[in-house]
Design a protein around this ligand. Structure first.
Ligand code: ATP
Ligand code: MG
Length: 450
């Protein structure tokens, strides 16, 4: 992308409505625009990051054997009357009446709808196990939308639902989700710690929330500092291997880590004192097993091996895709702007031309641009006739992890400058070597199509 042809409405001033750094930086970097309380347009830069996160989520879900689909945002109230949640859900549910006076709602989640799909089409235990998921906009009429996309009213969520014959199978699905979520967050450059949580309105005894530690987080959390040493890394996973998934769950959930809802002061006190931590966290996902809570009232049964109709065991599993962008920025920024982890950056590399209009500088930038594009990488080339200082400030603000600076002086010596956004360190290299280096850095971070 050439900046002269892009739409990147960066703000020079700090917007007064933003209370936390991620919200401030998303507005300043021209990623989002508020349309009404808790409802945002995703401007091109923000949209690119959102798509990156979606792609990572899809890749990891598909890797785990889960099946993508898409359900609508608007739902019929009748389905929710079947489960009893139409009355229980309260004011967070946005209720709408259509022209025929039918009660509709903007979906805050999809347990009822997916259960309806399942009962309409699946009849035998032989079709199980099955996990269906989608990434779709949700609406919850939050009493206090705030912090930008962190607590929106409209927000993007990945929600997946497993259907299994037995509790044992459903708990394997639970473990599979935990493992796939650990991988997902790590690819996004985040540490999200699974913590024992409370069922809330979705219900259920088995549930973990994934929390990113951050001062601005809305949840109070208590944990053994040893959990922050755990990393998923590059392990081979066989998602059909029940024992392997179970052992990873144990590895990541045995040490004390709980939200305030399930905190147990006596157990916490058993952790060696120098490892006891109280902090704040951002909830970026949650997994549940809830048995037959929906399948029973809604008649989602399969014919079991004994020929009898059996209600299926279910769970639901959510990732806050749009909230994650806020969480990533809270975890990764400095005074000059955002610092994107390589896995989610909207563009892989920025190209800054110090002297636009200079024949050699222009030609060198074009050549870099074309080489990166040919390698399947996305460069953002600042080809505007602006002062160098302004170009650097924009690049720092929007947070591309790598920048190549091209100027007539360097070119005389056959070099360009490669700068790392995170460390601020630069090195002078011949253009081919700079390209090679950037290509190597991104080799493990390619997100493939579906
Ligand atoms: P919270 O406790 O923050 O209100 P929740 O527990 O009600 O969230 P879930 O039903 O578990 O939310 O939804 C799955 C994920 O969707 C959450 O982990 C969170 O990351 C995201 N999410 C929930 N509500 C919002 C919101 N209002 N804005 C943005 N993301 C949200
Ligand atoms: Mg939750």
């Amino acid at each position: 992308m050439r900046l002269s042809r892009y739409f990147l409405p960066v703000l020079k001033e700090n917007p007064s409505e933003a209370q936390i750094v991620s919200h401030r930086l998303m507005l300043r970097a021209g990623m989002i625009k508020q349309q009404s309380a808790g409802i945002y347009s995703w401007l091109p830069l923000g949209f690119r990051v959102l798509r990156k996160l979606e792609n990572i989520v899809h890749e990891e879900q598909i890797r785990a054997g889960h099946i993508p689909m898409l359900m609508p945002t608007l739902q019929s109230a009748d389905l929710w009357r079947e489960s009893g949640r139409y009355d229980d859900y309260g004011e967070e549910m946005l209720r709408i009446t259509d022209r025929h006076n039918r009660d509709m709602l903007f979906g805050p989640t999809n347990e009822e709808m997916i259960t309806d799909i399942f009962r309409s089409h699946v009849g035998s235990y032989k079709d199980l196990p099955m996990t269906l998921y989608h990434i779709q906009w949700k609406f919850r009429d939050e009493i206090r939308p705030r912090f930008g996309v962190m607590r929106g009213r409209e927000f993007l969520m990945k929600d997946g639902y497993n259907f299994d014959l037995t509790k044992e199978d459903a708990l394997h699905a639970y473990n599979r989700h935990l493992v796939s979520y650990l991988r997902t967050y790590e690819r996004m450059g985040l540490q999200a710690i699974p913590m024992r949580a409370d069922g809330g309105p979705i219900g259920g005894d088995y549930t973990h929330e994934f929390l990113v530690l951050a001062e601005t987080g809305e949840s109070e959390v208590f944990y053994d500092s040893a959990v922050t040493d755990l990393t998923f890394g590059d392990r081979d996973i066989d998602y059909d291997d029940v024992a392997q998934c179970q052992s990873i769950l144990e590895e990541f959930t045995t040490k004390y880590a709980r939200t305030d809802e399930t905190h147990d002061a006596a157990l916490f006190a058993e952790i060696p004192q120098d490892r006891q931590r109280t902090a704040r966290g951002i909830e970026v996902g949650q997994i549940f097993y809830f048995g037959t809570k929906y399948s029973e009232p809604m008649g989602a049964t399969v014919q079991g091996p004994d020929g009898k109709p059996t209600p299926v065991h279910m769970g639901s599993h959510g990732i806050g895709v749009s909230r994650l962008i806020g969480a990533i920025i809270e975890a990764s920024h400095d005074d000059n702007g955002i610092i994107w982890p390589e896995g989610v950056t909207p563009f892989h590399v920025g190209i800054v031309n110090l002297k636009q209009g200079d024949t050699e500088a222009d030609a060198a930038c074009e050549a870099l641009y074309n080489s990166f594009t040919a390698l399947g990488l996305d460069p953002l080339y600042d080809d505007r006739k602006e002062r160098a200082g302004g170009k650097f400030a924009t690049m720092d603000l929007i947070g591309l992890p790598w920048r190549i600076t091209v100027g007539p002086r360097g070119l005389k010596n056959g070099v360009v400058e490669l700068t790392c956004r995170r460390t601020g360190t630069s090195q002078e290299l011949p253009p081919e070597q700079a390209i090679e280096k950037v290509a190597q850095i991104y080799a493990p971070h390619r997100v493939h199509g579906l």
